[in-house]
Unconditional design. Structure first.
Length: 114
């Protein structure tokens, strides 16, 4: 299963916050009743992390009236080894002119043009 961050914005008015929270809490959905909220810090969004099979399944967690507003992001981890491999690949693919040694000239550093 994949992990998804579900982000649901809402209007910043106090009544809008209360209505959205009420919808989530009265839904009976474990995901919705355990949402995190940013309203008290001025970020009028709810966030949910769910382990489900697809983005579509993650979107279906939301009440139908909020599905079009929801932003669904697949989450992943990186290992240090994966990053090292990515960086090695990109370092090897740098253009030759970007790999010239740097030289100092009059107190400034320039890329060598030779």
């Amino acid at each position: 299963m994949a992990r998804f961050l579900i982000e649901v914005p809402h209007e910043p008015e106090r009544i809008a916050c209360a209505r959205v929270v009420q919808i989530f809490l009265s839904s009976g959905s474990h995901f919705l009743t355990h949402a995190d909220w940013g309203c008290m810090d001025g970020e009028h969004k709810a966030w949910i992390i769910a382990e489900v099979a697809s983005k579509e399944e993650a979107r279906s967690i939301l009440p139908p009236s909020m599905r079009s507003q929801g932003k669904i992001t697949c989450l992943n981890y990186f290992t240090l080894e994966e990053i090292d491999t990515i960086l090695q690949y990109h370092d090897a693919s740098l253009l030759p002119e970007l790999r010239h040694p740097r030289v100092e000239k009059e107190g400034e550093i320039y890329a060598s043009s030779q």
